[in-house]
Ligand binder design. Sequence first.
Ligand SMILES: NC(=O)c1ccc[n+]([C@@H]2O[C@H](COP(=O)([O-])OP(=O)(O)OC[C@H]3O[C@@H](n4cnc5c(N)ncnc54)[C@H](OP(=O)(O)O)[C@@H]3O)[C@@H](O)[C@H]2O)c1
Length: 285
Amino acid sequence: MKNKTCLVTGANTGIGLATAKALCKNGARVIVSSRSKEKAMRTMDAIREELPDADLDYALADLSSQREIRKMAAGLKNSYSKLDVLINNAGGWFSTFALTEDGIERQWAINHLAPFLLTQQLLPLLIQSEDPRIITVSSDSHFHGKIHFDDVNLRQNYHGLRAYAQSKLANVLFTREFERRKTERKLSSYAVQPGLVKTDIGLKHTLSLHGLAWKIRRLTGKSPERGAETSVYLAISKEVGGISGAYWDKCKQKNQSKKANSSEDASRLWELSKEMCGIDTYFDG
Ligand SMILES: NC(=O)c1ccc[n+]([C@@H]2O[C@H](COP(=O)([O-])OP(=O)(O)OC[C@H]3O[C@@H](n4cnc5c(N)ncnc54)[C@H](OP(=O)(O)O)[C@@H]3O)[C@@H](O)[C@H]2O)c1
């Protein structure tokens, strides 16, 4: 990964931190994206403690805010001439319904629209790479998901699990529709299932009962390092360069859900996401 630059969102903890570390070990320059400078600094210190020569930089954005996503991408476009790998890893799980500053339900905004918009904003840098890769961390939860086109914000019928599964299904649909619509052949997109991983995702914004359920569930989970393996494999492997648009688990392609195979939903979601992000032309904007 020498001379390759990778951006990892949500790199300050959990799977994202393990991904960033592994990419550094492989010699890449890694930009850790976090929502505060303090968290980014702590992350870089933690990585350098283990890997003193790690080539690190940071970029800041609260990914629930489209304004901040655009600002972070603009900063990166000023500082860098290319980006080889974008890992859309950041994600959240929220027990209760709330809207972001853009008037969008939080899981939909952070887990789906943020990867959709950040990828689009960084396309000018990605297309400067010889082998640009976009890796979006989804989940097998997408098998239980459905896109509620009549109410994606789930204003009428919010449940944390429903919102999470919907957003993770959107990650898979986005990945395959990106492949279908892309205008540059070399751009590759991958959706990843990290498996059940022992992180704090289910403790941060959850009611106590949901937090307890996550504490029990994650007991059987794998380490963040193991959870990061497929993302890292897709970032560095020479074999996967040409395989794009698929769903991956344990460093292998895996069948996605039936709903994720719907071309009609993929196309409809793309148009809806463009509208929700205020994008006119995705690839040439
Ligand atoms: N853990 C699992 O079993 C599992 C299974 C399947 C898929 N996943 C997926 O794996 C990814 C990583 O999750 P994880 O388990 O490693 O959880 P985690 O430890 O909670 O990490 C999530 C990361 O996303 C960041 N993030 C959340 N909301 C953000 C926002 N508004 N702006 C900027 N950053 C934000 C977090 O930052 P803060 O620290 O500031 O909150 C954190 O760095 C997620 O996409 C998740 O859906 C996890």
